[in-house]
Design a protein around this ligand. Structure first.
Ligand code: BT5
Length: 309
C-alpha cells in the first residue's frame, strides 16, 4: 500500500490524529466535500483503523500500535523534507530490495515481516512479526563516500532511542551485549551516479530463533517499549542527524557516536574483504572510519576481543 503526503485519506488521518473533528470541518480544512471525507474515513476503516462517528464528529480511537497511516504520519513528520512516500507491506522479501526497485529517493518502505531479510555479505536477517523492518531511500545528491557516516548516524539514532543501548562498530546496536538492531546501507543504480538505501531492522517484541539467543535479543526482554515509540524516536533522531550530515556537520554526530560506541578502547579484530586487522580501536576519524592501530577502516566485521587496559 502506498501513502503519499497529499493523499486525502492520509490528510484525514492526520487531522483526526490531532483531535476529533466534524466531517464539515475536515472538509473545510482540506477543501473537499463531506462525502469525500466520509469516503476517506471508510477507507481508513477498511485498513482496520478504528474511527468512531458520533452525531457531531469523527473520533480516531487512540492506537498504541502502528498502522500504515501511523507509519506514514511519523515518517512525514519526523523526516519532513526527506520522505514524501511510504510503501507499506504486511509481508515482503526485503524492504531494501523493494526500496531499490522503486528507483527513486524520498521513499520509506516498511514491512511487518520479511521473508528474505538481508544482513551484510549475503547473511540472513531474521524478521518475524513484532519487529521493525524499514528502508529509507536517501537524497540523490549524497556522495557515496558518505555511506559509512550514514550507517553510523542510523546507529546513533537507534542507540539514543533505547535505554542502555550501545553501538558496536559499524552497524550493530546492542543491549547488555546482545544485538537488538542491525543496519544495512547499500548503493545501487548507475556506477557514475549511485543511489543509497538505508535499511534498519530492530527487534522490539519479535521472537528470536533459538540459535541466535546467545547473541541477539528483543528490546521487549529488557524494556517495555512499543514499536510505535521506538519507530517514532528513531526517526526523530535520524531526522536531526541526517540533516547535520547534509549540512556537512559530521563533527556533531561524531561526538554523539563516541559516547555510545563501545568498540572504542577495545582490542578488536576487524575483517575486511582485503585483510584482517587486530589492534586497539582508538577513535572514529573525521571521515567516519574506525581507527585501529593508527589505520582507518571503513567497513568490515568487528569482534571485540578485550578491553585495551
Ligand atoms: C546486519 O547484518 O546486521 C544488517 C541487518 C539489516 C536488516 C534490515 S531489516 C530492513 C532492511 N531490509 C533488509 O533486508 N535488511 C535491512 P550483519 O552485520 O551481517 O548481521 C547479520 C547477522 O546478525 C546474522 O548472521 C545473524 O548472526 C544475526 N542476526 C540475524 N537476524 C538477527 C536479528 N533479528 N537480531 C539480531 N541478530 C540477528
Amino acid at each position: 500500500m502506498r501513502i503519499k503526503k497529499q493523499n486525502t485519506d492520509y490528510q484525514v488521518y492526520r487531522l483526526l490524529s490531532e483531535k476529533q473533528m466534524s466531517g464539515e470541518e475536515i472538509g473545510k480544512r482540506l477543501g473537499i466535500t463531506r462525502s469525500a471525507v466520509w469516503k476517506a474515513v471508510n477507507k481508513l476503516r477498511s485498513y482496520g483503523i478504528k474511527v468512531e462517528s458520533t452525531a457531531r464528529s469523527y473520533i480516531l480511537v487512540d492506537e498504541s500500535e502502528l498502522n500504515p497511516f501511523e507509519v506514514a504520519d511519523i515518517a512525514f513528520k519526523r523526516l519532513d523534507d526527506h520522505i514524501d512516500e511510504v510503501i507499506y507491506y504486511e509481508t515482503t522479501d526485503s524492504t531494501n530490495e523493494r526500496a531499490k526497485e522503486c528507483g527513486k529517493s524520498k521513499v520509506l518502505v516498511f514491512a511487518e515481516l520479511q521473508t528474505a531479510g538481508k544482513g551484510r555479505l549475503g547473511r540472513k536477517w531474521e524478521s518475524q512479526k513484532g519487529g521493525l523492518y524499514f528502508t529509507l531511500s536517501l537524497d540523490p545528491t549524497l556522495e557515496y563516500s558518505e555511506l559509512p557516516k550514514i550507517t553510523l548516524a542510523a546507529g546513533v539514532s537507534v542507540a539514543e532511542a533505547i535505554p542502555e543501548a550501545k553501538i558496536k562498530w559499524p552497524n550493530d546496536v546492542l543491549i547488555r551485549g546482545k544485538k537488538v538492531c542491525g543496519i544495512l546501507s547499500e548503493l545501487y543504480g548507475e556506477m557514475e551516479n549511485p543511489m543509497i538505501v538505508l535499511g534498519i531492522g530492530i527487534n522490539v517484541s519479535n521472537p528470536i530463533p533459538d540459535e541466535l539467543k546467545d547473541v541477539a535479543a528483543s528490546i521487549g526482554e529488557f524494556f517495555d517499549l512499543s514499536r510505535k515509540e521506538v519507530f517514532d524516536s528513531v526517526l526523530t533522531n535520524f531526522g536531526k542527524y541526517y540533516q547535520k550530515l547534509l549540512e556537512g556537520k559530521w563533527g556533531v554526530l561524531r561526538k554523539k557516536l563516541l559516547k555510545k560506541c563501545e568498540t572504542i578502547g577495545k582490542v578488536v579484530k576487524v575483517t575486511t574483504p582485503a585483510e584482517e586487522i587486530t589492534g586497539v580501536a582508538e577513535d572514529i576519524s573525521e571521515n567516519g572510519a574506525l581507527i585501529v592501530n593508527g589505520r582507518e577502516v571503513y567497513a568490515g566485521d568487528c569482534i571485540h576481543l578485550r578491553d585495551s587496559k
